[in-house]
Write a protein that binds this ligand. Sequence first.
Ligand code: BGC
Length: 272
Amino acid sequence: MRQNPNHRLAGQTCIVTGANSGIGKEVALSMGRDCANVVVNYITDPAAAEEVAHEIESNDAVAKAIAVKADVSKEDQVQEMFRVAKQHFGTVDILVNNAGLQRDAAFQDMTLAQWQFVIDVNLTGQFLCSREAVREFLQRGKQDYSCAVGKIICMSSVHEIIPWAGHINYAASKGGVMLLMKSMAQELGPKGIRVNSIAPGAIQTPINRDAWETPEALEKLNKLIPYKRIGQTTDIGAVAVWLVSDEADYIHGTTIVVDGGMTLYPGFTENG
Ligand code: BGC
């Protein structure tokens, strides 16, 4: 059994959306290692979500976890997920809006369905989950175990900054997430609710398999990364736990970019 000496989130409950794979999975495991109870949200592959919940409980003697199916873009399903979370754990203290997807197409070929699906999950999903979390934070009020009344992380992307040809729907959704996060932070800060984003660069997960699965692809990708390695999900998990802990209590309304320097315009290293 791996015990984390920090126990920074003991007594708190965290919902991580899209937690059955990729970044969401590692964030859920990391929250559990720091003793948070975790709701492992998923929409496909229940067995993988159950496995994450099981791993959280076997890694830490304190943390409890349940897998809960909900489509974050559907209001009734989001509300039901929060109802189940409160029934199991009493309240929700932390929300990680992680669920996100890509449906790539050349601009002229992009269908309305591709556009809408990405906006629904990546942007509307973050609105719906955040609204439910904030309702719970406000009705529960401040507790001794955390400086903040509640904490929200919006999983954004370097593509809230970097335009992305061929991925217009995705870049637009992440640009939207940036001002969703900042506007929530402005409005909810006075109520003691702390809101921030993490903007991952290229993290090795199924969403970008094409960019790393062959040595040629990886070499091409590394041209975009000054630090010269693809990111790992643990790079994000560590930041996420710290960001919702009291160690980061004065960080509010900002995006933490975790990208090995991808946003440093590496094309200018020997040009311009
Ligand atoms: C995308 C990945 C991509 C990365 C860097 C992420 O937000 O989901 O597919 O590799 O940005 O471009």
